[in-house]
Design a protein around this ligand. Structure first.
Ligand code: HEM
Length: 415
């Protein structure tokens, strides 16, 4: 019997089956995306039992479409939609999600986002430049003489977690705990998490929230020049953030502040080393560096999928009808390799100038950390390649069996 393929497509019915744990799929989702683009960029995913969208224009438009939201319980009850009651063993995890910027819709979203936005605009973020440069050099100083390194744990993870912790004013000693809590929580974003994953994510959420409450109490006693203090003291229309909102927002910023960037640094280094482009050309100037970074974000994005709820019954242009409460999947990773938008999309072409990728999303929930992630990438990548000019892959890196966070298990380099 022939082995089952990673993807099969019924073009006439616009139905697709994908085995996300098939190595052919998770190692190289872009090959499956190419088939989807060729046959049905809007499709019903059999295993997931809902519609998914892969076309660049459609994903970009749906991310901005106010008929959809990340949340549904602000316009309907669980009973109306047949959504099961919350699970008791996810109480602490849900408590963090309940006030998370990422899970809210206006007006609650607008209020929270406005309060933290100022810290993340490019002008503010630009001030972190010397800090990020110094940190990158210090880390490389630590392993340069070894002639080899596993890059993800040493460099790719340390830079973003250290920078976001410093921004918020979290002591550096806490970073191992921050990473542990965050990794255990984001396992919830896979399709169908197991009960063990749920219990573990809940415990991590409880411990993380306890820790943040202690730090918030300290900042109230001794305010400092950091983002957490700013969040505690700032007001919008005479209102301050509640304790629960402070804890949720701090947890989200700390988790989102490193979980994707680590994989983007890893994916970018691998992409460059496996390309026929010389790093000294890619990183010749700030302008070429910015183009190379954007092409890495397009070509090897770390986050491939986000969901939205239909907020009312509605019909899409291509004949797809949705009921209020239906979920749809927006395939950012696929949109980035749509041949209708990008020429020769499965090739890494750093000088392409064909418009923005959707790796940071679009619309209301557009990544608030994009200027920070971009600055970290635009500094840490050239510094790494300039400091270790003979750097190469020790062996072909193994890709994680994880559709939601497309990244490497580890990245072993030698020079
Ligand atoms: C390469 C790195 C990163 C990528 C690819 C990325 C990607 C994304 C995407 C696609 C979204 C939108 C999700 C949706 O529409 O449902 C998002 C939202 C968000 N990101 Fe990032 N992100 C990155 C780094 C960061 C960093 C460094 C931070 C630091 C604060 C951050 C904080 C956030 C937050 C708070 C949101 C929610 C915004 C909202 O809902 O209004 N991200 N990110």
């Amino acid at each position: 019997m022939l082995p089952k393929p990673a993807i099969s497509i019924d073009r006439a019915k616009r139905r697709v089956s994908i085995d996300v744990h098939h190595p052919d799929f998770y190692r190289s989702p872009s090959s499956a995306y190419a088939e989807i683009h060729a046959h049905c960029p809007a499709f019903y995913w059999n295993e997931r039992e809902q519609w998914y969208f892969a076309g660049y224009d459609q994903v970009n438009a749906l991310l901005r479409d106010r008929r959809f939201g990340r949340q549904i319980l602000h316009v309907a009850t669980r009973e109306e939609l047949g959504i099961p009651s919350p699970k008791a063993h996810l109480r602490d995890f849900d408590a963090l999600e309940e006030h998370s910027l990422l899970e809210l819709e206006p007006p609650a979203h607008t209020r929270l986002r406005t309060l933290v936005n100022r810290a993340f605009v490019s002008r503010q973020i630009e001030q972190l430049r010397p800090d990020i440069q110094r940190l990158s050099h210090v880390i490389i100083d630590g392993f340069e003489r070894d002639g080899e390194v596993e890059l993800l744990k040493t460099y790719a993870e340390t830079i973003p977690v250290t920078i976001i912790a410093r921004m918020l004013g979290i002591p550096v000693e806490a970073t191992p705990n921050l990473l542990d809590w965050s990794h255990r929580m984001v396992r919830m974003y896979v399709f169908n998490p197991s009960p063990e994953t749920e219990h573990d994510a809940n415990q991590a959420s409880a411990d993380f929230a306890d820790y943040l409450r202690t730090i918030i109490a300290e900042k109230r006693r001794a305010p400092a020049d950091d983002l957490l203090t700013h969040m505690i003291t700032s007001e919008k229309d005479g209102e301050r953030l509640s304790e629960a909102e402070l804890v949720s927002t701090a947890a989200l910023l700390l988790n989102a502040g490193h979980e994707a960037t680590v994989h983007q640094i890893g994916n970018a280094v691998r992409t460059i080393l496996q390309s026929d482009h010389a790093p000294e050309d890619l990183f010749a100037t700030e302008a070429t560096t910015a183009l190379a970074v954007e092409e890495c974000l397009r070509f090897a994005a770390p986050l491939h999928i986000f969901q939205r709820f239909a907020l009312s019954d509605l019909d899409l242009d291509d004949g797809i009808s949705l009921r209020k409460g239906d979920k749809i999947g927006l395939m950012l990773g696929a949109a980035n390799v749509d041949p209708r938008k990008f020429s020769d999309p499965l090739h890494f072409k750093p000088m392409r100038n064909e418009g923005a990728n959707v790796s940071f999303g679009a619309g209301l929930h557009f990544c608030i950390g994009a200027p920070l992630a971009r600055l970290e990438l635009n500094l840490s990548l050239p510094i790494l390649f300039q400091r270790l000019p003979g750097m190469r892959l020790k062996h072909e890196p193994e890709v994680r069996d994880s559709f939601h966070f497309h990244g490497l298990e580890r990245l072993d380099l030698v020079w």
